[in-house]
Design a protein around this ligand. Structure first.
Ligand SMILES: [Zn+2]
Length: 210
C-alpha cells in the first residue's frame, strides 16, 4: 500500500519531458507550464487536465494554492478551469492585462487601469470597482491590493492583521531609468542632489532621507 502511494506521489508532479516552457504556475496539487507556442501542459489529471490542454494563444497563466487556474489570452480575454457562475463571470472579462488569484476570489487588471473581481466577497475583497490608474494587482488570501501609477497603494478586504493598512504609502514601484542611475551614482533619488554622507544618506538639496 505504501509503495503504491509512493509510486503515485512520484508521478504526481512529473515534469520530465516538458520543453519550450516560458512560464510556470504552481498550485497545491499541480504544476502548469506555459509553452512558447501558447499552449499549456500540466501535471494535473481529470477535468483540469482536459480543460487546459484545449487552451490556445495563452500569454500568461495564474493559479494560487486554492483557486482554479486562469489563462490570459493574447486578445485580452481569459479562460479558466473554474465552473458555474465563477467561470461565467471570468469569461465575460475583456481587455485584461494581468490576473491575480486569492483564496476564493480572482482579480483582473484591465488595460485602462481599472480592475474587475469575482468570487468570495465576505471581507469586501472584490470591492475594486472604484479603483483607477492601477498598474499592478495582487490578490492575497482574502484581500486585494493595487499599485497605482503614482506610486501609491490601495487595498480592500480582510484587515484583521493590518494587511490592508497601506494608506500613506508612496513612491512604491519601479524607479524611472534616470532615478535608478542617480541611486547607482549615490545621488538623491528624488532630485539628483548630493547626499550628506555615506551612512546618513540624506539629500543636501531637498533634505529627503534615502
Ligand atoms: Zn534630493
Amino acid at each position: 500500500m505504501e509503495q503504491l502511494l509512493l509510486l503515485h506521489l512520484s508521478s504526481f508532479n512529473d515534469v520530465s519531458g516538458w520543453c519550450n516552457i516560458v512560464a510556470i504556475s504552481v498550485s497545491h496539487y499541480s504544476v502548469f507550464g506555459l509553452k512558447a507556442d501558447g499552449t499549456v501542459v500540466t501535471t494535473a489529471s481529470g477535468d483540469y487536465q482536459y480543460a487546459v490542454l484545449g487552451w490556445r494563444d495563452i500569454v500568461a497563466i495564474y493559479s494560487s494554492s486554492y483557486t482554479p487556474v486562469f489563462g490570459l489570452k493574447a486578445d485580452g480575454t481569459v479562460v479558466t478551469t473554474a465552473s458555474g457562475d465563477y467561470q461565467y463571470a471570468v469569461l465575460g472579462w475583456r481587455d485584461i492585462v494581468a490576473i491575480s488569484a486569492g483564496y476564493g476570489h480572482v482579480v483582473g487588471l484591465r488595460v485602462d487601469g481599472t480592475v474587475v473581481a469575482v468570487g468570495d466577497n465576505d471581507f469586501g475583497q472584490c470591492d475594486v470597482s472604484g479603483w483607477r490608474d492601477i498598474v499592478s494587482i495582487y490578490a492575497g488570501k482574502t484581500h486585494t491590493v493595487g499599485l497605482k501609477a503614482d506610486g501609491t497603494v490601495v487595498a480592500t478586504g480582510r484587515n484583521d492583521s493590518g494587511q490592508c493598512n497601506v494608506l500613506g504609502w508612496c513612491d512604491i514601484g519601479s524607479l524611472s531609468e534616470e532615478k535608478r542611475l542617480w541611486v547607482v551614482q549615490g545621488l538623491c533619488r528624488y532630485c539628483g542632489g548630493q547626499l550628506s554622507g555615506l551612512f546618513t544618506k540624506k539629500c543636501k538639496t531637498c533634505g529627503k532621507p534615502q
